[in-house]
Ligand binder design. Structure first.
Ligand code: PLP
Length: 359
């Protein structure tokens, strides 16, 4: 393939990050969250790389769970949003997919149907996205028991675990603890990646790390490496042109950047059509020949411009790291007014994923 824009996937780093999550979670056990195509890294690839490390995966929906079976994974899978159609419950039972039930409609499908998959109940402890009210949990469990459906787990999701100063997480934890206390010996799960880094946080039986597995920081104002995480994706391209600019020359659509000194600039073969964020501001860093260099001008669909003035030797063909080991994806995300989750899951299918070590 001749286009030089690729996402290199470092599976050793994925395993390193998973082990870190597992150590931080112990004695709780971890679930590998591999939804959204393994946060953009390739769901089959990341699941296989973690197959010897985890005994349970979590995905958003049935299609993703089936993708895991098609990739040869046999472990149980947790469907975090449950099913969207009654008939999917039978597939879940047959495939050993554990179904989260968060809504009366899903409850009614179980009551009126014959399928008996494993069920976790979702509790709304304050995020107000999905889940039963804490006070409805035991009656929901009883209704399911009457039709022979066993509830084997309960979960909730935190709204502000990334914010060390927020008190919401402690409040949500307390609500969850009380709401599930009467459910007997079931598996309880609350923790996203951020919860692994909160001191004193109760992690219950199972944690659900996502972004930290891929090297992104789950904590506000902090980059992954500062937490001991390693970048799993290196987004990389090459310089395809260089040019000398005179003071006053503008670059790119809208002429949003103008040279104020003689400037050597380069064009990099990557743009928003590859998932690089169009909203990245002037100055967003990238890495060429061991030096950080700034983005200049607006990101185009297939290319973007960089100021090479500090790298006089830079030449067409040089490798450019957009994010990865040297440029934390979290830093690019801040420059684009977003989060690492959106950048990683937004790398488009035009960009081949290449496992590091496999050219
Ligand atoms: C229900 C649920 N659990 C766990 C996760 C993993 O969260 P994070 O990627 O912040 O670790 C997510 C991610 O959105 C989620 O929706």
């Amino acid at each position: 393939m001749s286009r030089p824009t690729v996402a290199r996937i470092h599976l050793d780093n994925l395993r390193h990050n998973f082990r870190l999550a597992r150590e931080r979670a112990a004695p709780s056990r971890t679930i590998a969250v591999v939804k959204a195509d393994g946060y953009g890294h390739g769901i089959g690839r990341v699941a296989r790389a973690l197959a010897a490390e985890t005994d349970l995966y979590a995905v958003a929906c049935l299609e993703e769970a089936i993708a895991l079976r098609e990739a040869g994974l046999t472990q149980p899978v947790l469907l975090l949003q449950g099913v969207h159609e009654a008939r999917d419950l039978g597939v879940c039972e047959a495939q050993n997919f554990t179904v989260v039930v968060h809504d009366p409609q899903q409850l009614a499908w179980l009551e009126s149907g014959k399928a008996r998959p494993q069920i976790w109940l979702k509790v709304n402890t304050g995020m107000n996205r999905l889940g039963f009210a804490p006070g409805d949990l035991e009656t929901t469990r009883d209704r399911l028991a009457q039709v022979g459906v066993a509830v084997t787990g309960a979960m909730t999701h935190f709204a502000c675990a990334d914010d060390e100063h927020s008190e919401s997480t402690a409040r949500q934890t307390e609500v969850f603890d009380q709401a599930t206390a009467g459910l007997g010996a079931i598996t309880r799960s609350v923790a996203n990646s951020a919860a692994h880094f909160r001191s004193g946080q109760a992690l219950f039986d199972r944690t659900r790390p996502g972004i930290m597995l891929y090297g992104g920081s789950p904590m506000l104002g902090c980059h992954g490496p500062a937490l001991g995480l390693r970048a799993v994706m290196t987004l990389e391209s090459r310089l395809i042109a260089t040019r000398e600019l005179a003071p006053g020359d503008a670059v790119g659509y809208g002429e949003t950047w103008r040279a104020c000194r003689p400037t050597r600039m380069g064009m990099v073969c990557i743009g928003y059509g590859d998932g690089y964020p169009r909203h990245a501001v002037n100055g967003t860093p990238m890495w060429i020949r061991g030096t950080r260099v700034p983005l200049i001008g607006r990101v185009s669909m297939d290319m973007l411009a960089v100021d090479l003035s500090d790298v006089p030797g830079a030449a067409v063909g040089d490798t450019v790291e957009l994010w990865g080991e040297n440029i934390p994806v979290d830093e690019v995300a801040v420059c684009a007014g977003t989060i690492s989750y959106e950048l990683l899951t937004g790398v488009t299918q035009r960009v081949p994923r290449i496992e590091a070590g496999n050219q």
